[in-house]
Design a protein around this ligand. Structure first.
Ligand SMILES: [Zn+2]
Length: 381
């Protein structure tokens, strides 16, 4: 069985390369509760890993997901709540882990914190400065020199104007920082502001803390090596986060490609807008699990293909719960599934993780076959 996935960088469907599989998925910034958009991303990657283990049982799989436990948004939130950034991060990470467990999401091989890789981040930044891909400025900050990487923009296919427009809307937007050679240059290292509640680490450039993008380049390097088979995350991370990761990792390590396949999960919308913390239009996983089973919620999420944008609807969640009840009844009935059921289910998953088609196959299965195949999607039937 060969598995094909869409690759954002080449905008083409690619076969999964041979050999051990390494998967890195950008995880949460632990400063608020897990909403349905997060759940869609992590349930889809959970389904992918479950599908890989079932379709390719002989292949070794290592799945690393990170927790962005240090960045501007978590520091701002901690300040607002008059709490310590580390205590806030710990509490929200525990809540996230619990939400995922309640949703039947299998834990990744390793859930790693950004602060566990500060030394690796500094090594990468040293290498970037040596190669003139980064420059140190007054105040102890170091910026990545975007013009040193001529493929910057290849992943997102954005024009320079579009990139500037999105960069201006980031939490830590600093386009007009006069120390930058180019407004698109981004901070690899941020010199310490001197504020006592701002965490800092010693570095070759003085005290400071890492920028967001370098965290994931370093975590990939530290936990999975110079290259990864698959790199994933929500589609809102394509630019600037993943675009910048490619530029950093390929410039610092001289290895290309950084990731063989880039997989991005579409955004969930609510009231016509992307569901997000910044807009405040959110439905929380923990509330939905109060009234629906984990299987019903997973079925609702997986009825949407991971690359298609969709809109939250409580009616459709209720419909998915009704389908789940019918599947549970069918799973207890004698197995009268057609002979090619498992093959049809496998083909659907191997075709760019087509979970809606796989669920269609489930609705025609019964008994043990249905229980087995439901288990591949993490449904307890
Ligand atoms: Zn990341």
């Amino acid at each position: 069985m060969r598995l094909f996935l869409n690759d954002t960088l080449s905008a083409a469907t690619k076969a999964l390369p041979e050999g051990p599989i390494t998967l890195y998925v950008c995880g949460v910034t632990p400063y608020d509760t897990t909403h349905l958009g997060h759940a869609f991303t992590f349930v889809q990657f959970d389904a992918l890993v479950r599908a890989l283990r079932w379709l390719l049982p002989e292949r070794q799989i290592r799945y690393v997901q990170n927790v962005t436990d240090i960045d501007d948004s978590i520091l701002a939130r901690a300040r607002k709540l008059h709490t310590d950034w580390r205590a806030l991060g710990d509490a929200q990470t525990s809540q996230y882990v619990q939400d995922m467990r309640d949703l039947g999401v299998a834990p990744p091989s390793q859930l790693v914190r950004a602060t566990s890789a500060i030394a690796t981040m500094q090594d990468l930044i040293v290498s970037l400065v040596e190669r003139s891909a980064a420059y140190r400025v007054e105040g102890g900050s170091v910026f990545f020199r975007v013009r040193s990487f001529d493929r910057y923009g290849e992943l997102s296919r954005l024009t320079r104007e579009q990139m500037l427009d999105i960069a201006a809307k980031q939490d830590d937007a600093d386009l007009d920082d006069p120390r930058k050679e180019d407004p698109l240059d981004f901070a690899l290292w941020k010199g310490w502001s001197g504020q006592s509640d701002e965490p800092c680490w010693d570095s070759p450039w003085g005290r400071g803390r890492p920028g967001w993008h370098i965290e994931c380049s370093a975590l990939c390097r530290q936990y999975l090596g110079q290259q990864v088979t698959l790199h994933g995350g929500g589609a809102d991370l394509v630019f600037p986060h993943h675009e910048s990761e490619i530029a950093q990792s390929e410039s610092a390590l001289s290895v290309r490609p950084f990731a063989h396949i880039w997989a991005h999960v579409a955004m969930v919308r609510m009231d016509g807008e992307k569901m997000s913390k910044s807009l405040g239009n959110m439905v929380f996983v923990r509330d939905l699990l109060g009234s629906h089973s984990a299987s019903a919620l997973r079925l609702y999420l997986l009825k949407h293909h991971y690359r298609g944008v969709w809109e939250w609807s409580s009616r459709e969640l209720d419909d998915a719960a009704a389908v789940t009840s019918r599947l549970e009844a069918a799973a207890r009935a004698p197995d009268t599934s057609a002979a090619d059921t498992r093959e049809a289910f496998a083909s659907a998953l191997a075709d760019d993780l087509n979970t809606p088609a796989a669920i269609d196959v489930l609705t025609r299965a019964t008994g043990q076959t249905l229980r087995d195949l439901g288990g591949v999607l993490g449904l307890s039937l």
